[in-house]
Write a protein that binds this ligand. Structure first.
Ligand code: PEP
Ligand code: MN
Length: 338
């Protein structure tokens, strides 16, 4: 931690700040400039609240140097985390495609879409059976029936399954059907759910919260990791900004930023990030170019009748075109896809 003291601080205040830092258990180093003194405090624990120093008389700025998260950081683990599920690796050289409808609606729908996405090279079938809708009056998902259909469709087309878990009480049930738990943006800071997913046996994809900083996101991942589940991947799905022309604002810089500070794989969801069908392909290309380890894309053969997120679902031909184009981008940056 670096502490910048106010200009021309008097001796008494300086001593008081140093005494507090020592009482907190830090080793203190002093650098004296012409007008200003900077203190270095060594030995900051992950849970130390730096505001305790910010409020001391004579302190003007405090900067934390070490991250407040540990297990999720590159400092803790240098090599990339590779999540192996059956014959698929997430976080390796291959960029993995997850695709499917927003919600599982009925047998015909999920089997039709599974066939389409598998034919174009997707490896993982997505589809919500429990839906976190903003309105309680919107379609809430088929529940267990949806899970069964999703699993059956995925098995038929040799795909893995990813589906959302909204609450702790659903973990056991969903674990029987899914290969990856999806945590939705609205649940990123549901810490009791994170803790319980930390004890689950399947990997977790943690979506970034609507208004979460990268640090908030990493702290949520830390909850899962610190409870024992090491197979965590992150998913950038757009954040709330002042811009309203797209559903959310896709934070493309999240890919290089997170890859630098963390060893966890990062997936891109250009569907929820933009919310508009024709914006999905360009942002998918951009995400792969920026280093995404996988893509999650919504696809529907009849989006006008979709029970959720129809306007952002790609039509089958558009999905095939997207796969073709992102494969080319992956190749340019030395990665494989499909
Ligand atoms: C979804 O994937 O269908 C979903 C609800 O996403 P998010 O949590 O990112 O809004
Ligand atoms: Mn959706």
């Amino acid at each position: 931690m670096v502490i910048v003291l106010e200009k021309n601080i008097n001796e008494k205040k300086l001593e008081n700040v140093i005494k507090h830092l020592e009482d907190f258990g830090f080793a203190v180093h002093k650098s004296t400039g012409v007008e200003q003194i900077v203190l270095g405090a060594i030995g900051v624990k992950n849970d130390f609240d730096i505001r305790q120093v910010k409020v001391l008389d004579g302190v003007s700025e405090v900067y934390r140097i070490t991250e407040p998260y540990k297990l999720a950081s590159r400092t803790f683990k240098k090599e990339n985390t590779e999540i192996k599920i059956k014959d698929i690796v997430i976080g390796g050289n291959e960029v993995v495609m997850m695709a499917g409808p927003c919600s599982v609606e009925n047998e015909d729908q999920i089997f039709t879409i599974a066939e389409i996405v598998a034919a174009s090279g997707a490896k993982i079938l997505r589809g919500g059976a429990f839906k976190p809708r903003t309105s309680p009056y919107s379609f809430q998902g088929l529940g267990e029936e949806g899970l069964k259909l999703l699993r059956k469709a995925a098995d038929k087309y040799n795909l893995l399954v990813i589906t959302e878990v909204m609450e702790t009480s659903q973990i056991k049930l969903i674990e029987e059907y899914t290969d990856i738990f999806q945590v939705g943006a609205r649940n990123m800071q549901n810490f009791s759910l994170m803790r319980d997913l930390g004890k689950a046996s399947k990997p977790v994809m943690l979506k970034r919260g609507l208004a979460a900083t990268v640090e908030d996101w990493m702290m949520s991942a830390e909850y899962i990791l610190s409870n024992g589940n090491k197979n965590v991947m992150l998913c950038e799905r757009g954040i709330r900004t002042f811009e309203t022309i797209t559903r959310n604002t896709f934070d493309l810089s999240a890919f290089p930023v997170v890859h630098k500070i963390s060893h966890l794989p990062v997936i891109a969801d250009p569907s929820h990030a933009t919310g508009i069908r024709d914006k999905v392909l360009p942002m998918a290309r951009a995400a792969v170019a920026a280093g995404a380890d996988g893509l999650m894309v919504e696809v529907h053969h009849d989006p006008e009748k979709a029970l959720s997120d129809g306007p952002q679902a790609l039509l089958p031909d558009q999905f095939t075109e997207l796969m073709k184009q992102v494969k080319l981008i992956a190749k340019v940056i030395g990665r494989k896809m499909g």
